[in-house]
Design a protein around this ligand. Structure first.
Ligand code: NAP
Length: 258
């Protein structure tokens, strides 16, 4: 098969957590454009339904919306069962749901810390674990976790110690799962985006005033767009990346190079 064919995802079944909007929505679109059926998984079910409807209209793929809070093991397990009921299998899991809370470390409450760790790290673990169980049964699957450049550097000037710690955890979790499942057909990789223009950044009253400052620090002097993450995720999802596991891909316009 030539490389263009190996980059396609025809006949594959994918799920995307945090898929209703932002990075998840963009990568879900790419998966569907590459030929996969996609389950849009989100706590915001109404927006997930809208996104799934738009994907069906745009790509003609069989897309569904599923309500799921990734911090709740029962909901995650039910969600995986629903995906398998709908598609008969699960080939690709993009574990992407995440939040950021910006609070100085000395003022951060345990509740704030727990919320970030629960969604960003435990939620990725629970989704990857449940997806992995299904994929190990199949002997095939690709899991992609969303880390961040915050796993590699400490962002400034905004304080976000819980977020940075959670994302560093995602990378080490990714490598651990990759090693455990390497001989059983299940690959696990992560992406580490730089600042990307989504609701998380563009609609945050604390972050919007900082965008000019980030852009001054950024080698390319701009935010990334969600569509600039699509190609790496399609590559990691499919057979073109069959020897790639335990890797983290920085897509940050060289922000972390200095
Ligand atoms: P976003 O626009 O805020 O979208 C995140 C989606 O996840 C929302 O639909 C949100 O629903 C959903 N979600 C939140 N908590 C959830 C939960 N417990 N279970 C299921 N879904 C949940 O964010 P984004 O910018 O696309 O970020 C996506 C991922 O990329 C996150 O892991 C983020 O940390 C990471 N990232 C983002 C950037 C950036 O600059 N944007 C950079 C590096 C990494 P609600 O809106 O209802 O909460």
């Amino acid at each position: 098969m030539n490389i263009i064919d190996r980059m396609r995802l025809d006949g594959k079944a994918a799920l995307v957590t945090g898929g209703a909007r932002g990075i998840g929505q963009s990568v879900a679109t790419a998966f569907a454009e590459a030929g996969a059926d996609v389950a849009i998984v989100d706590v915001d079910f109404e927006t997930a339904q809208k996104t799934a409807g738009e994907l069906i209209h745009k790509t003609g793929r069989n897309c569904i919306a599923l309500s799921c809070d990734v911090t709740k093991p029962d909901q995650v397990n039910n969600m995986i069962s629903d995906v398998v009921s709908a598609y008969g299998k699960l080939d690709i899991a993009f574990c992407n749901a995440g939040i950021c809370i910006n609070t100085p470390a000395e003022d951060m409450t345990l509740e704030q810390w727990d919320k970030v760790i629960q969604i960003n790290l435990t939620g990725v673990f629970l989704t990857a674990q449940a997806a992995g169980r299904q994929m190990l049964k199949q002997g095939y699957g690709s899991i992609i976790n969303t880390a961040s450049m915050s796993a590699h550097i400490v962002n400034t000037p905004q304080p976000q110690c819980a977020y940075n710690a959670s994302k560093a955890g995602v990378i080490q979790l990714t490598k651990s799962l990759a090693i455990e499942w390497a001989t059983r057909g299940v690959r696990v990789n992560s992406i580490s985006p730089g600042y990307i223009g989504t609701d998380l950044t563009l609609n945050s009253p604390t972050l919007v005033p900082l965008i000019e400052e980030w852009n001054r620090m950024a080698p390319m002097h701009r935010l990334g767009r969600p569509d600039e993450l699509q190609a790496v995720c399609v590559y990691l999802a499919g057979d073109a990346s069959s020897f790639t596991t335990g890797a983290d891909f920085k897509i940050d316009g060289a922000f972390t190079c200095f």
